[in-house]
Design a protein around this ligand. Structure first.
Ligand code: NI
Length: 172
C-alpha cells in the first residue's frame, strides 16, 4: 500500500467524469488499498479515485467511529433518493480547510460492486447517505462548493489558489 498525493481545487482533473470499471482485478484492488491508506493518512472519511488523479468510478469510505470499517464502492449507481433532505456541514480533502452546509436527500439506495467485484445494494441514511452522495459527485466532476452561491464559491476557490501560489520563504 502507498499514500498518494490528493489533488486539490482548482485542478482540471477533479472536474473530469470518471469511467466505469470493467472488471475488478488486482490493479483495482491495489488502487483501493492505496486510496484507503491515503484517506486514513489525510484523516478523511471518503475518497474517490479521481482525487488521486485516477478517473475510475471507485470510492472508498470509512465512517466507523471506534474501529476501522472500510467500505468500497465500484461503479455505484443511486437507485432511490428520498425527497426529504438533510443538511450537513461538509468538507472535502480536495477543498482543504473549507466547510459549508450542503442539503442532500436524507436517504438513498446504492447499487455497486464491492472489493471482490460482487454486486451489492446498500440502503443508506444519515451520514452514510450524505457521504456516499458527496463521493459520487466526485465521479461526475462535481465538488460540494458547486452547491454554494457563486460568490461564496468564488471566494473559496480564490483562497485555495492563493495557498497554491505561495512559494516557500527562505531567510539566508
Ligand atoms: Ni470530497
Amino acid at each position: 500500500m502507498a499514500v498518494k498525493t490528493i489533488l486539490t481545487e482548482p485542478n482540471k482533473l477533479l472536474r473530469q467524469v470518471s469511467l466505469p470499471v470493467e472488471k475488478v482485478g488486482n490493479e483495482e484492488k491495489q488502487l483501493m488499498d492505496d486510496m484507503l491508506e491515503t484517506m486514513y493518512e489525510a484523516k478523511g472519511i471518503g475518497l474517490a479515485a479521481i482525487q488521486i488523479g485516477i478517473p475510475k468510478r471507485i470510492i472508498v469510505m470509512d465512517i466507523g467511529s471506534k474501529k476501522k470499517e472500510p467500505m468500497y464502492f465500484i461503479n455505484p449507481v443511486i437507485k432511490n433518493k428520498n425527497s426529504e433532505h438533510s443538511t450537513y456541514e461538509e468538507g472535502c480533502l480536495s477543498v482543504p480547510n473549507q466547510f459549508a452546509e450542503v442539503d442532500r436527500p436524507s436517504t438513498c439506495e446504492v447499487e455497486f460492486l464491492d472489493y471482490n467485484g460482487n454486486k451489492k445494494i446498500l440502503k443508506a441514511s444519515g451520514l452514510l447517505a450524505t457521504c456516499i452522495q458527496h463521493e459520487m459527485d466526485h465521479l461526475e466532476g462535481i465538488l460540494f462548493i458547486d452547491y454554494l452561491s457563486k460568490l461564496k464559491k468564488m471566494m473559496i476557490v480564490k483562497k485555495l489558489s492563493k495557498q497554491k501560489d505561495k512559494v516557500d520563504r527562505i531567510i539566508v
